[in-house]
Design a protein around this ligand. Structure first.
Ligand SMILES: C[S@@+](CC[C@H](N)C(=O)[O-])C[C@H]1O[C@@H](n2cnc3c(N)ncnc32)[C@H](O)[C@@H]1O
Length: 380
């Protein structure tokens, strides 16, 4: 686009003009708080926002913790609407702020894990003991969260059950609508199904409310689906509708597959790091960004939590590691970066036109013990 064309763009069009674009990745240059509201929803949000007073010029915007946390809240408020109801968020954080950020996340989302990223052969062990007044941080944290778990049941937290139910209503609507449709086609009513249930299994209730209504929805088990099939095929209900009815249209395996495709994706495999302690070495290849994350670690997150047809979002994409990892795994991705210098690096990495600049820098001489905000009175 030339300068004259750019003059006629609306502010929204200007924000959404990609800095870089290819078949897999789209990169926007700008403030994610302005761009996120213009985007749709994503399967995976994998992001590494500034840690605050750790490393990099972008880390020094704040002089105290409350101000830093206020920014985290703004970022989160902009991100949550971009997460699909069955999507997953991973948020990188520095250990001393991770607890506070987790508390922020928990106000909006259901925190699934507080992952400890441990770096083998870290330099922390080499610090002289006199330089330390507390254990040196050797780990970074990755907070994993989802919208209120659509495939979970209540866990006793206040409001949790209601929130789960709301997500279940959204996420599994296609399967519920299919079952309701089959009920109507068969000529049975919910109450009649409950009566049949009680006749077979005893008790006072039935499963109709779970299978055919929005409240407390649950997928039938294979055995119960087979029972429903037999029931719907029984003669004795409305004769006219019976003539129209020809079996439940879907095999149980098909229904279960659809259920798996709708629920939050999590592709843990044999041989994977299965606990919340993850070991990944720091990235040895650098491209001129001070806080580049290891490609192997980001690739692991994407493989775990973004189905192959899904789209990944990184609103703080720095040198574009998330976009590179997504592309190499055949996933589409969108990145946002506020600093044009880092957009350039990301674009060059994506286009494959930049060689690595230098190996990872040597360990810092002084240990970083905490987020040392100058005005910090521990009030955050
Ligand atoms: C910790 S770095 C991310 C590094 C990245 N994971 C990588 O591997 O290159 C955070 C990035 O967020 C960018 N940033 C800070 N505030 C931002 C904002 N409001 N919108 C978009 N990007 C922002 C910074 O310029 C910085 O490059």
């Amino acid at each position: 686009m030339d300068m004259v064309e750019a003059l006629f763009l609306t502010p929204e069009q200007r924000l959404l003009t990609p800095y870089y674009e290819d078949e897999f990745a789209t990169l926007y240059h700008g403030d994610c708080r302005e761009i996120l509201p213009l985007l749709g929803q994503f399967d995976l949000l994998c992001t590494d926002p500034p840690y605050g007073k750790v490393k990099g010029d972008f880390d020094n915007e704040w002089t105290n913790r409350p101000a830093m946390l206020a920014s985290c809240r703004e970022w989160l408020d902009a991100m949550v609407p971009c997460l699909k109801s069955n999507g997953t968020l991973y948020w990188f954080a520095w250990p001393s702020l991770a607890g506070r950020i987790e508390a922020l996340l928990a106000e909006n989302l259901h925190v699934l894990a507080h992952i400890v990223w441990c770096k083998p052969r870290s330099s922390a062990q080499t610090h002289s003991p006199e330089a330390l007044r507390a254990p040196a941080p050797e780990t970074e944290r990755i907070l994993m969260a989802e919208h209120y778990g659509s495939d979970n049941m209540a866990r006793g937290e206040s409001g949790y059950a209601a929130q789960c139910e709301e997500s279940r209503r959204d996420v599994f609507a296609p399967i519920r609508e299919y079952l309701v449709g089959e009920l109507a086609r068969s000529g049975w009513t919910r109450e009649a199904v409950n009566v049949a249930w009680r006749t077979k299994y005893g008790g006072k209730g039935g499963m109709s409310a779970h299978w055919f209504s929005k409240s407390q929805w649950a997928i039938p088990t294979a055995a119960h689906y087979a029972w429903l099939r037999d029931l719907f095929n029984l003669s004795g209900c409305t004769a006219y509708l019976r003539k129209e009815y020809e079996e439940l249209r879907k095999e149980y395996e098909e229904l279960r597959k659809e259920y798996e495709e709708l629920r939050r994706y999590f592709d843990m495999r044999t041989g994977d790091q299965k606990t919340d302690l993850w070991k990944f070495p720091i990235e040895m290849i650098q491209y001129g960004h001070p806080t580049l994350k290891p490609l192997a670690l980001i690739s692991y997150i994407i493989r775990l939590s973004c189905r192959p047809s899904g789209v990944v979002l990184d609103p703080f994409c720095g040198s574009g590691t998330t976009l590179i990892a997504a592309k190499s795994l055949g996933r589409k991705s969108v990145g946002i970066e506020i600093d044009e210098r880092y957009c350039r690096i990301a674009a060059e990495r994506l286009a494959g036109t930049t060689p690595p600049l230098f190996p990872a820098p040597a360990a810092p001489a002084k240990p970083r013990q905490d987020n040392l905000f100058t005005e910090d009175k521990n009030e955050g």
